[in-house]
Design a protein around this ligand. Structure first.
Ligand code: UT7
Length: 327
């Protein structure tokens, strides 16, 4: 008898405020044309004052619980992938646990940058396969607009805010998560960082002057590593499932750049209609990008029972991950 961890509900939540490329043209030296052709992004959602990561995470969680028709009381564990928590302590997961009133749930954040949701999903998979009745809420949630230097045009046009969530539980049969592959390479950490405001470089005037409270990225280098790592983890995850790439019905990759998605699609020889794309609407929401896309694909009816789905991510650290599931 095969026990698999299945996603039984998805949800997402983005701030109401939309910032378009045209809006950005008014605040920095950029153009809609550059952003669209170099990244694929047309607009993104940005929090208002007083709106926080945990608010978005709770919004996504409520939508996923509703779809799964389970109550917060049924949850055994809440995992939040994020690099932009409300505060260092407590975790976003504890704030979500409090807001939902999930009294029986453990709660923890996972720090794996853009791979945070897939790392969380992999942890949920292990828990649920050893305890099939357990219900795990996995969330990816970010408020990157508050970690963005709005005077640095090389990053501020990319990053944005949002949250996505999935409810995972066990069940008999072939449907569910089939393979999980997690990777990291800390030797390359300096290519994508927020150096300041941790304990190594706490708040002081010199840190703020250097802009170390913000995301800094060597974009071209990150791009090259991203394409390679995403391709290799996609092949690894599909191979570990005993499937072939032609059998994949839908690829959902971290939405960082339309050109990365296009390179990946070509390298994997996938047709356009098998690659989910929503970067034009949301920008790069790091750990939230895959669960937002998964929820959209689900609600648009693009995921049919038994479909073979491949999820792949890449982000700072570096971290990268691949998950396959039979929907
Ligand atoms: O989520 C984690 C993973 N992240 C990624 O995977 C991101 C990977 N990197 C990328 O997506 C791309 O490298 C970027 C979108 C960040 C940059 O695109 P690029 O084609 O690699 O541009 P570039 O950095 O090579 O810059 C090309 C030119 C430069 O001008 P010069 O030096 O050629 O005169 C930049 O100054 O484009 C200029 N530029 C801009 N121009 C207008 C950079 N940003 C902008 C901008 N508007 N916003």
């Amino acid at each position: 008898m095969t026990i698999r961890a299945k996603i039984v509900g998805t949800g997402s939540c983005v701030p109401e405020k939309v910032l378009t490329n045209k809006d950005l043209e008014k605040i920095i030296d950029t153009s809609d044309e550059w952003i669209t052709t170099r990244t694929g992004i047309k607009e993104r959602h940005i929090v208002e004052q007083g709106e926080n990561n945990s608010d978005l995470a709770v919004g996504a969680a409520r939508a996923a619980l509703k779809m799964a028709t389970i109550s917060p009381d049924d949850l055994g564990l809440i995992i939040v992938g994020t690099l932009s928590p409300d505060m260092p302590m407590p975790s976003v997961a504890c704030l979500v646990q409090q807001a939902l009133g999930a009294k029986k749930a453990g709660a923890m954040d996972v720090s794996a940058t853009c791979s945070g949701f897939l790392y969380g999903l992999s942890i949920a998979d292990k828990f649920v396969r050893s305890e099939p009745d357990m219900k795990v809420l996995v969330i990816g949630s970010e408020v990157l607009s508050r970690r963005t230097n709005w005077r640095d045009r090389t990053t501020c046009v990319l990053f944005a805010d949002g949250a996505g969530a999935a409810v995972v539980t066990g069940g008999e049969g072939e449907r569910g998560i089939v393979s999980t592959c997690l990777h990291a390479d800390g030797t390359l950490w300096e290519l994508l960082t927020i150096r300041g405001l941790g304990t190594a470089h706490p708040v002081d005037a010199s840190i703020l002057e250097k802009g170390w409270q913000y995301i800094e990225m060597q974009g071209r280098d990150v791009f090259k590593h991203a394409v390679k790592a995403l391709e290799s983890v996609a092949l690894e995850a599909v191979d570990a499932s005993g499937w072939s790439m032609e059998e994949i019905d839908l690829l959902i990759a971290h939405q960082a750049n339309i050109r990365i998605l296009e390179h990946l699609r070509e390298r994997l020889s996938l047709p356009r209609d098998k690659v989910f794309i929503n970067i034009h609407k949301y920008g790069n929401t790091s750990a939230a990008s895959i669960p937002i896309a998964l929820d959209e694909a689900n609600r648009q009816g693009r995921l049919m029972a038994g479909d073979k789905v491949l999820l792949v991510s890449f982000g700072g650290g570096f971290t990268w991950a691949g998950v396959t599931m039979s929907w």
